[in-house]
Design a protein around this ligand. Structure first.
Ligand code: ZEM
Length: 291
């Protein structure tokens, strides 16, 4: 067991959990990033509800949301880290795992501060339906991400996380990776989005996505097709989004910088801090129980 507050020791153990030769593309990194995002992405500025505080995915109301299908795998991968460092909250562990995974896969340093609580405040519970629906378009993305307090540039930068990982038929119903090397953080997603010919495809389960297969690949070396979600494609058809897709496709450093800023901001949604960065703890004021 590490000393309370030794986040470097936790980071090291998260890195040790990333390597998974038998899982997906050999890394739990992408699913850690998705866990961090879904833990925070329920936030609503207007009502100050949702967000990573409370680690609500531990419970059926949030954990059983179909939008969170598959994330129990990520949580299980992190359980040995929690056992070795029982003093860390799940809400800090899940958000830190996303930050560590981005860095470990070659991405930027994302600023991360501890202090989230696992205290469940019933008055802050998010209803289902706060996370984006990949079958929709630009208006829906704005509706969802403006609610969290993000602007168009930030929506595009956040979407660049789809450089990582894949769709799973048994989770979301979508299938395949966005890029050829889905465990390496880069701006390739934006370059492929702009430059490949994406074909509308209906999968055997009826799910509609956009696929690309290299027409020149020899038949015996056919690789799994790459894919884009309908929401990814909407970044091309909306001029305000397209502007940023082009900038990020051209300038990897700009994308890395903007992604670091916006991912850091996402993980802070709903967390109140004083000037020194310490969390202003209101648990005792409201009353309730600490699990
Ligand atoms: Zn995702 N995402 N996401 N995303 N996402 C999937 C996978 C991953 C949307 C979405 O519906 C989906 C952000 C934004 C949005 C990651 C990170 C981030 C999948 C496939 C879907 C359907 C899930 C599956 O089947 O396993 C939509 C509509 C979004 C709106 C823009 C943001 C923001 C992210 C982080 C900053 C990651 C890393 C994955 C890959 C997960 C994995 O297990 O490989």
């Amino acid at each position: 067991m590490s000393q309370s507050g030794d986040y470097d020791a936790v980071r090291k153990d998260i890195v040790a959990q990333l390597k998974k030769p038998d899982y997906d593309d050999g890394s739990a990194g992408p699913v850690f990033v998705r866990l961090a995002w879904h833990s925070a992405g329920t936030y609503d500025v207007a009502s100050d509800t949702g967000g990573s505080n409370g680690a609500g995915m531990r419970y059926e109301a949030e954990g059983g949301d179909p939008a969170n299908a598959g994330l129990q795998v990520a949580r299980a991968f992190l359980e040995p880290v929690k056992e070795r460092h029982p003093w860390i909250t799940y809400s800090d562990l899940w958000t830190l795992a996303g930050v560590v995974a981005v860095k470990e896969m070659g991405g930027p340093d994302v600023k991360w501060l501890p202090g989230r609580t696992d205290f469940v405040d019933d008055s802050k519970l998010p209803p289902r339906g706060r996370l984006p629906d990949a079958a929709q378009g630009a208006d829906h993305l704005r509706h969802i991400f403006y609610r969290m307090g993000f602007n168009d540039q930030e929506i595009v930068a956040l979407s660049g996380a789809h450089n990582l990982g894949r769709g799973h038929k048994d989770r979301s119903g979508f299938d395949g990776p966005w890029v050829n090397n889905p465990t390496r953080f880069s701006n390739q997603y934006f370059r492929l989005l702009l430059n490949l010919e994406w074909k509308p495809t209906t999968l055997s389960n009826g799910v509609k996505q956009f696929n690309y297969s290299d027409p020149d690949a020899p038949a015996d070396e056919k690789e799994e097709p790459l894919m884009m979600l309908p929401t990814d494609m909407s970044l091309l058809s909306d001029s305000s989004f397209l502007l940023w897709v082009k900038k990020y496709a051209d300038d990897k450093d700009l994308f890395f910088q903007h992604f670091a800023d916006v991912f850091g901001k996402l993980l802070e949604l709903g967390i109140k801090r004083d000037d020194k960065g310490s969390v202003i703890n209101t648990d005792n004021v409201r009353g309730g129980y600490v699990s």
